[in-house]
Design a protein around this ligand. Structure first.
Ligand code: PEP
Length: 257
């Protein structure tokens, strides 16, 4: 784990307009020190309409905060009304893009094929996918969380070559823990994150698997993040609700203190 720099990413979901985004990133920048940035990579995944404002602030003030989008089209351009493409995001110097978030899967019908195409589109345009996987409550109750999540991983990485897969970030987000206040136990998080690393070693090789960062997501807060981060295969957190409060997010980044 020591060779993997933890990644704390805030998923703002559909919150904060571009003016609020500027104020929020300023507060984050004010709260975070170089020591924080040396220890942990910090990213915000913002609504499309905020990206230009966040880019201007980050570039202009040389902030060490990374930013990205919450979704990307599988297509590069064309008649896809309402979609945003990989080339558009890379032009805005996005580093990351969330792909296959459970809210996309649930409300927008994204299946493995779509998620796989979006992962390929992200890599093709120099974006790092934060691939979201994880089981719903019914699957968890049936005890099939590992099988379910690994099937999502297999589908998302179909025909993705090792040199690209080596750069992916995987976020294990049990759907029953997202936005519910019900956080997985550290052991639950480790069980599936460890299995994800094991499957990456099978699909590619151990060296690649050891280098990939695997996040946990689902009701992470300053008060519960340290125990989760103490697990050997958890390399960061994808944070929804708690990331909307800059002071709380800074405390999450400082999980070691
Ligand atoms: C998320 O949106 O990815 C998430 C984990 O949300 P929350 O932290 O609010 O559960």
């Amino acid at each position: 784990q020591s060779t993997r720099t933890p990644l704390m990413a805030g998923n703002w979901k559909m919150n904060l307009n571009h003016l609020e985004a500027i104020a929020h990133v300023q507060k984050l920048a004010f709260g975070l020190t170089d020591k924080d940035h040396d220890a942990v990579e910090v990213a915000v995944l913002v609504p499309f309409t905020d990206l230009r404002s966040v880019q201007t602030l980050v570039d202009g003030d040389r902030l060490r905060i990374k930013y990205g989008a919450q979704d990307v089209s599988a297509h590069d351009h064309g008649a896809y009304t309402g979609e945003i493409s990989g080339p558009m995001l890379s032009k805005l110097k996005c580093e990351y893009v969330a792909i296959g978030h459970s809210e996309r899967r649930q409300y927008h019908g994204e299946d493995e094929e779509v998620v796989n195409a979006k992962v390929k589109a992200a890599f093709a345009h120099g974006l790092t996918p934060i691939l979201c996987v994880g089981e719903g409550l019914d699957v968890r109750k049936a005890g099939n969380q590992v099988g379910h999540t690994l099937a999502q991983l297999d589908g998302a990485l179909k025909d993705v070559p090792a040199e690209q897969a080596a750069r992916i970030v995987v976020a294990y987000e049990p759907v029953w823990a997202i936005g519910t206040g019900e956080v997985a136990t550290p052991e639950d998080a480790q069980e599936v994150c460890g299995a994800i690393r094991g499957r990456l070693a099978e699909l590619y090789d151990q060296e690649l698997a050891d280098g990939v960062r695997i996040q946990y997501g689902g009701s992470v807060k300053a008060g519960n993040v340290a125990a989760i981060m103490a697990q050997p295969d958890v390399d960061g957190a994808l944070v929804g609700g708690a990331a909307l409060d800059p002071e709380e997010f800074v405390r999450i980044v400082r999980f070691r203190d």
